[in-house]
Design a binder for this molecule. Structure first.
Ligand code: 5GP
Ligand code: ZN
Length: 112
């Protein structure tokens, strides 16, 4: 499958990885929107939140635990934001489920 994040997960495309285990990997976003902008993805291809099912959803709680760990390691004690854009209206541009971990500045709400 021609999926850029599958290729990053299996090392075919280089990335600046900050964390990896058997289920997920995390790497710095190519176009950072905050001083810290990391993407956390399941290694297994899931297109978006809309493709989550009981059988494949456990990885999402693992992603959040990894986010917590990275937030500590990357000095985001003052707070951070986790975002998963879904579909056209959500602004999703890469169709492999991913969670943006953003921090290092004060976030605005609503995001627009
Ligand atoms: P989305 O818009 O789907 O929520 O987020 C996709 C994100 O992936 C964007 O923030 C974009 O900058 C990032 N991105 C796209 N291609 C690459 C890539 O090849 N490497 C890295 N590290 N990030 C990428
Ligand atoms: Zn993929």
């Amino acid at each position: 499958m021609d999926c850029i994040f599958c290729k990053i997960a299996n090392g075919e495309i280089p990335s600046n990885k900050v964390y990896e285990d058997d289920q997920v990997c995390a790497f710095y976003d190519l176009e950072p929107q905050a001083p810290v902008h990391v993407l956390i993805i399941p290694k297994k291809h899931i297109a978006s939140v809309m493709e989550l099912e009981e059988e494949n959803a456990a990885v999402v709680s693992h992603v959040f635990l990894v986010a917590k760990r990275l937030a500590k390691e990357l000095n985001l004690a003052n707070g951070f934001r986790i975002v998963s854009n879904c579909g056209e209206d959500g602004g999703q541009s890469v169709h492999h489920l991913h969670f943006h971990l953003l921090g290092g500045r004060s976030m605005k709400w609503p995001p627009g």
